[in-house]
Design a protein around this ligand. Structure first.
Ligand code: ADP
Ligand code: MG
Length: 275
């Protein structure tokens, strides 16, 4: 018998405080290698903070292990080969062409002061092609539409060739066609190359369709975790989002439909009544 592989991400009692406020209050979470886990939760729950802490971008206490190695023991360069992150609103360097921006993803592989190799350029070309971005290669990034830009951010992360991909609301700026296209590309990469995905998402139906497991975060704590069917319940969503929803069975998991509150019948004018 071989020992089970170390999880891609293992968090034990992860705590983060920012500006004197406790943002994450003791998170325990394991993401298996090859798994897709999506963190959901209301605005301000701590989803982005969780991803940033896993990426080593924030001071945190507790354990963050990446593929069995304490994250703190990795140099920036080593960590960048293991985990690639698409932030919620990445900085757009002014004047930089799309191709050059995506090429930044290859930085962890360049020798100090070294230039990118033909192999690096080929990786970038391949990723641009895969995300339907090849025609934008020489365009300044800031001239692209929000959705086009979001695909470029993903392209940079994919060019990084890391085994763990963290996506903070990767599809918020995309139309539904491009949402599906981007998530299918990520899912295909997961199948082809065993990528692990840790994402955050606002659209609950889409979150459930693509993730193996959902983690519902509320006020810096894990309120629920499990399969989409276990987490996307009318009760949990009412409690933690204060939302009125119906959950119906879809082909690939639950579909969450927001439902407007019933109007107060007493306040409705009677037909024909004059006020
Ligand atoms: P989410 O991504 O779930 O919407 P965030 O992780 O971005 O939430 O933020 C969680 C909470 O942490 C929010 O209340 C936010 O205002 C707070 N927060 C984030 N960054 C800081 C900071 N640098 N200083 C103080 N509070 C912060
Ligand atoms: Mg966020």
């Amino acid at each position: 018998m071989t020992a089970p592989a170390a999880p891609a991400v293992e968090l034990v009692d992860l705590r983060v405080s920012l500006g004197g406020a406790r943002i994450l209050a003791g998170i325990d979470l394991a993401v298996a290698a090859g798994e897709w886990v999506t963190v959901i939760g209301p605005n301000g729950a701590g989803k982005s903070t969780l991803l940033r802490a896993v990426g080593g971008l924030l001071p945190a206490t507790g354990t963050v292990n990446l593929f069995g190695t304490p994250s703190a023991a990795l140099s920036r360069r080593e960590r960048a080969r293991v985990v690639a992150t698409v932030a919620q609103s990445p900085v757009v360097p002014p004047g930089m062409a799309v191709f050059d921006y995506v090429l930044l993803g290859r930085t962890p592989y360049l020798r100090p002061l070294g230039r990118e190799s033909a192999a690096d350029l080929a990786v970038v070309a391949g990723v641009l092609d895969r995300l339907d971005l090849a025609r934008f290669g020489s365009r300044p990034l800031e001239t692209l539409s929000g959705g086009e830009r979001q695909r470029v951010f993903l392209a940079r992360a994919l060019a990084q060739g890391a085994t763990l991909l963290m996506l903070d609301e990767p599809t918020s700026a995309l139309d539904i066609g491009h949402q599906q296209e981007v998530l299918e590309v990520v899912d295909q990469l997961r199948r082809d190359s065993g990528l692990t995905v840790l994402a955050t998402m606002h659209d609950l139906s889409i979150a459930g369709e693509y993730a193996d497991r959902l983690v519902l975060l509320d006020a810096g704590r894990v309120a629920a975790a499990g399969t989409p069917r276990e987490v996307l319940t009318e009760e949990l969503l009412a409690t933690h989002y204060r939302a009125r929803v119906r959950v119906v069975d879809g082909e690939h998991g639950p579909i969450v439909v927001p439902v407007r509150a019933a109007r107060d019948a007493a306040r409705q004018p009677k037909p024909g009544a004059v006020r």
